[in-house]
Design a protein around this ligand. Structure first.
Ligand code: PEP
Ligand code: MG
Length: 600
């Protein structure tokens, strides 16, 4: 975070010069327009001394302000629930809880008696202290709640001081809002017609402001750290909520490029709405699953809105990253349970901890290795640390009764590792039975096929696994000996290399010989150039980042399975990856010409 701040600061130029800042994508979409800098609201009260005799009057002013704030919040809650749905209204129920926090109220009154200062300045001090404590919290969720507390705090202060609320109503033209921060109330008051997008210095992916922006479908980038220094009122701004980028004073050429991107995105969104509720099956009626990949429970909304049929890969290691401690079993259970409940009746495949490679955990003090991708990674780490692994398995199993939940192990290199992992799973099941904690006895347990040895012995693994999911990001790097994060050799990283396709073919065939389904969840599954070949090889399910789902679904719905099989058969006869890619693209253009621009 600190690094990024420095990066962004260094890029500040001012004087109409083009400046690009990188932040956190909060809501997708592209906006191009004029900046409206939304000033920081000054509700900081001046401090004034009071006498002992004046204390009761201050307390009564405080109680009146609390009552008035309560009324205000209830009115907003009603409005938001009516206009945006009860779920969003609930944000304001959380605000009511802040008001009812007796510790906060007591602390204000105690401090008032001690300091003998006017109630607004005492309240501002206590609020500041609360925010300070939350800002230090390790938990991102807790830190994101600062916005809620500040929002309520400002309301109380406004009711004490009589300072008017800043308002989006004053916008007289369509603008991109630039602000240090926006409270959930500010965001809720945004009018889609007037606000093209917004960008803030602070804020995280899970803040309510970000969540609201998504449901209002207003493109947004948060956590830019210095956007308010880089932009002045009236500047031209491009806001790319898909990639978390804001460009101030862009060149004409760049505006042109983004106008095109915007059109493309809007056309895709339009198509998406049409296609999302349609079944994913070929013209001749073969069902081909198209699921979404997620990293965090909040990503479920995007899976659903893009019309994916379930979650084919839930990468759980993000739970363990960016924090000083390990997540507790309870914390994990709650997350898995919430995902299972939200995606029900469709399924979610929870992938057990895949730490190592390019994903390190500071709290575990794992030694640095010469070849981390070939080292103490994923299932190897988990089998060596059953304490950590079993806590995750317990959480997954306990969550399994709340929906259609499956699990899979990453980086399995052969059947021995698969059995060892299952032995630990059996221990966990025994423990849970003994404790009387319910779980799904028939939970499906799959193997990720991402190591060439697993692909080659997939005939053996298929006898014991309930399903396969091909992790092509790793399968390609291991089979072609191309480090997936080394840009110097990126030209060798070829999904259409005949060796890769042969391994994929073999895994699908071996899976089907034993009657188990085979999915693919690496990036290759989201590459539309390859969809026809993969369908033709008999892949049962594509699992990809939600944004790629509509296009894959469109291809599936535009062709006959019979034709796809013929294409795959022909493709496998070429000698080089380049020839296969060209052939496959030409076929796609012939069969689904609408996708021409996307392929280009
Ligand atoms: C893969 O390797 O293809 C995969 C899906 O896992 P990850 O990208 O998390 O290693
Ligand atoms: Mg992998």
């Amino acid at each position: 975070m600190k690094e990024k701040k420095k990066d962004n600061k260094d890029k500040l130029a001012g004087n109409g010069k083009q400046v690009q800042l990188k932040g956190i994508p909060a809501a997708p979409g592209i906006a191009i327009g004029t900046a409206h800098v939304f000033g920081t609201e000054n509700v900081l009260p001046t401090s004034r001394e009071i006498t002992e005799a004046g204390i009761p009057a201050e307390i009564s002013r405080f109680k009146d302000a609390l009552a008035k704030t309560r009324k205000d919040i209830l009115a907003i809650e009603k409005k938001i629930s009516r206009e945006m749905g009860v779920e969003h209204g609930k944000i304001f129920s959380a605000h009511l809880l802040v008001l009812e926090d007796s510790v906060l109220v007591k602390e204000v009154i105690t401090r008032l008696s001690k300091k003998k200062k006017n109630i607004e300045s005492v309240f501002a001090e206590v609020l500041d202290k609360y925010v300070g404590v939350l800002a230090e919290a390790k938990d991102e969720y807790l830190r994101d709640r600062i916005a809620d507390i500040t929002d309520v705090g400002k309301r109380i202060l406004r009711n004490l001081t009589g300072i008017e609320e800043r308002s989006m109503e004053s916008l007289d033209e369509k603008s991109i809002i630039i602000a240090y921060d926006l409270s959930p109330s500010d965001t809720a008051m945004m009018h889609k017609g007037r606000v093209l997008g917004f960008a803030t210095d602070i804020g995280g992916r899970t803040s309510h402001t970000a969540i609201m922006a998504k449901s209002l479908e207003i493109p947004a980038v948060v956590g830019l750290e210095s956007i308010t220094d880089a932009v002045k009122n009236g500047d031209r701004v491009i806001l790319d909520g898909l990639h978390g980028v804001v460009i101030v004073n862009p060149s004409g050429k760049l505006v042109e490029k983004y106008e095109k991107e915007k059109k493309k995105y809007e056309a895709l969104e339009k198509g998406l709405i049409e296609i999302r509720s349609l079944p994913s099956e070929t013209l001749d009626g073969k069902k081909v699953g198209v699921a979404g990949n997620i990293e965090l429970p909040e990503d479920v909304a995007s899976v659903v809105s893009h019309g994916a049929e379930g979650i084919g890969l839930y990468r759980t290691e993000y739970f363990y990253m960016n924090r000083k401690d390990l997540p507790s079993e309870e914390e994990q259970f709650n997350a898995y349970k919430s995902v299972a409940q939200r995606i029900k009746p469709q399924s979610v495949v929870v992938r057990t901890l895949d730490l190592g490679g390019d994903k390190f955990l500071s709290q575990l003090d794992v030694p640095r290795e010469m070849n981390p991708f070939l080292g103490w990674r994923a299932i190897r780490f988990c089998l060596a640390r059953p304490d950590i692994f079993k806590s995750q398995l317990r959480a997954i199993m306990r969550a399994s009764v709340y929906g259609n939940l499956k699990m899979m192990y990453p980086m399995i290199s052969g059947v021995t590792e698969f059995r060892q992992a299952n032995e630990l799973l059996e221990d966990v099941k025994k423990e849970l039975r003994k404790e009387g904690k319910p779980f799904n006895e028939d939970i499906e347990v799959g193997a990720m096929i991402e190591v060439p040895s697993a692909a080659i012995t997939s005939n053996i693994l298929a006898k014991e696994a309930d399903f396969f999911s091909i992790g092509t990001n790793d399968l390609i790097q291991y089979s072609l000996a191309v480090d997936r994060v080394n840009e110097k050799i990126a030209y060798l990283y070829e999904p259409t290399h005949p060796a890769v396709l042969e391994l994929v073919r073999m895994v699908i065939q071996n899976g089907h010989n034993e009657g188990i389904p085979v999915a693919m969840c690496g990036e290759m599954a989201g590459d539309i150039s390859l969809t026809l070949i993969l369908m033709g090889l008999g892949l049962d399910e594509f699992s990809t980042s939600p944004i790629a789902v509509p296009e894959i679904k469109k291809i599936v719905r535009s062709v006959n399975y019979f034709d796809a099989r013929e294409i795959a058969e022909k493709a496998l006869k070429f000698n080089t990856g380049r020839e296969i890619l060209e052939f496959s693209r030409a076929k796609l253009l012939e069969m689904v010409p609408d996708l021409a621009e996307d392929l280009a």
